[in-house]
Ligand binder design. Sequence first.
Ligand code: ADP
Ligand code: MG
Length: 593
Amino acid sequence: GSPSEKYEYQAEVSRLMDLIVNSLYSNKEVFLRELISNASDALDKLRFLGVTEPELLKDAVDLDIRIQTDKDNGIITIMDSGIGMTHQELVDCLGTIAQSGTAKFLKALKDSKDAGADSNLIGQFGVGFYSAFLVSERVEVSTKSPKSDKQYVWVGEANASTYTIREETDPAKQLPRGTRLTLYLKRDDKGFAHPEKIEKLVKNYSQFVSFPIYTWQEKGYTKEVEVDEDPAEAKKEGEDETAEKKKKTKKVVEKYWDWELTNETQPIWLRSPKEVSKEEYNEFYRKTFNEYLDPLASSHFTTEGEVEFRSVLFVPPVSPTGKDDIVNPKTKNIRLYVKRVFISDDFDGELFPRYLSFIKGVVDSNDLPLNVSREILQESRIVRIMRKRLVRKAFEMIQGIALSENRDDYETFWENFGKHLKLGCIEDRENHKRLAPLLRFFSSQSENEMISLDEYVENMKPDQKDIYYIASDSVTSAKNTPFLEKLLEKDLEVLFLVDPIDEVAIQNVKLYKEKNFIDISKEDLDLGDKNEDKEKEIKQEFGQTCDWIKKRLGDKVASVQISNRLSSSPCVLVSGKFGWSANMERLMKAQTV
Ligand code: ADP
Ligand code: MG
């Protein structure tokens, strides 16, 4: 072969390699994602440059990625038919960090006037190529750029401060174009060199890379083969020897190896929403989230401008934790992709507030770096803008269920996720306007079917200013409270807040369509029917009675007063204007027990 030249890594690369080889033990599998992403970048670059320089594409090879495994020897080969690297590019790209080829490419893109078209090419520095050393003892990069007539091999080893480059002279190893990476796995990591393992990783991390990814898989088909009958057997059965020899067949499985397409090349979110059917969304939902029921609603959108991303969101049909469970923000419900490469589904409120953490979906951004970390997510301005848009879209989607002709759908939604929205009323002041119309309550005029605040407001009396409610532990006890008497008499509707969280939620919302929420069990309930003269008269007549009752009850009550709020009951215990309602009192008691 040709002689190898030796090169020193840039100091930063040495440090990075040392870190990767000797300190990173968890999540090693990301190496495949990074290498596939590089292959995909190389194909993107070739495709992009091929637009202006068609001769680059002269070798009619398909643009794809092929991964082969040799489990006996612990070797993985990743091939792409992309842009490849020249000798100089090998030195620049795989020996230094600062001069990341992608970064250079981007700069070139920026410099050229007709740029800006393809934002898919935006890439940022990641651990990238060197992640191969998470699992490899030795890495060989054999590569051919269409700009060069020679193919070169870069060889690097874990724990070495130098690498070598030589020309590839073996005719059997020539590539028409592109790059072949050969990973010689460390002893403990040879398990990655299994076809099924690779298939699984590709499906999980790179399912939606936009070039086909083929993996080398063993397949089998059953065929029937003829077997000659044993002559001795035939005799035993007393057959006529002159009769035609009977043919027997046997089924055997014929094994062979072949390339198998392992990813879907056109992710659903890259397609136009007009072209995707409901069944396709449902199927995507079921496949992606391992569900067997269809979602209640979906929303597919692209945002442009300041931040560009695409997303498909879903409202699940049931709450996985059960409707009474605490809201858990650490669901794996949102899958984040950067440029179609899966990044993470491990979020803790970065993309959705915890009360909306039941929303499932995928988000694909072109503006985030591939190596985006939790810290970056938490501080990124881009993520903040994304979050705002996602939340808005989630509300539109839920509103869509509420507006659908099928009332059952929203009932199902409310049963499963009503608690979440009420929690939202407490935790997300900014979105009260979006949350309030989605709330549902029983009422004195609708004991079996919940109503919305809009329905309540529509049903208000012409001179009614406020929205009345009573908090209680059930519809039955709400219905029987003496506080209700006067309002029923006046045909005023009263909301029954029967879920412990209802009252706090309503108190946080405060107003709906400029109408105050009024607790009818509070002291100063004003139904606009005051008759001052009559009140004075009654107070004079019963003042002493009140004083006497107060004396008898002592500290058990704050005061004893004449009231106009009852019609048939003689008296009622009310809460002070600023005190806790009876319901709150009940809740607090329950909590301290
Ligand atoms: P990044 O992808 O962020 O630039 P990497 O460490 O992943 O950083 O890769 C470094 C550089 O090596 C790339 O920018 C690219 O120029 C080059 N490179 C890596 N893999 C390939 C490949 N399969 N084909 C062509 N160039 C590659
Ligand atoms: Mg990379």
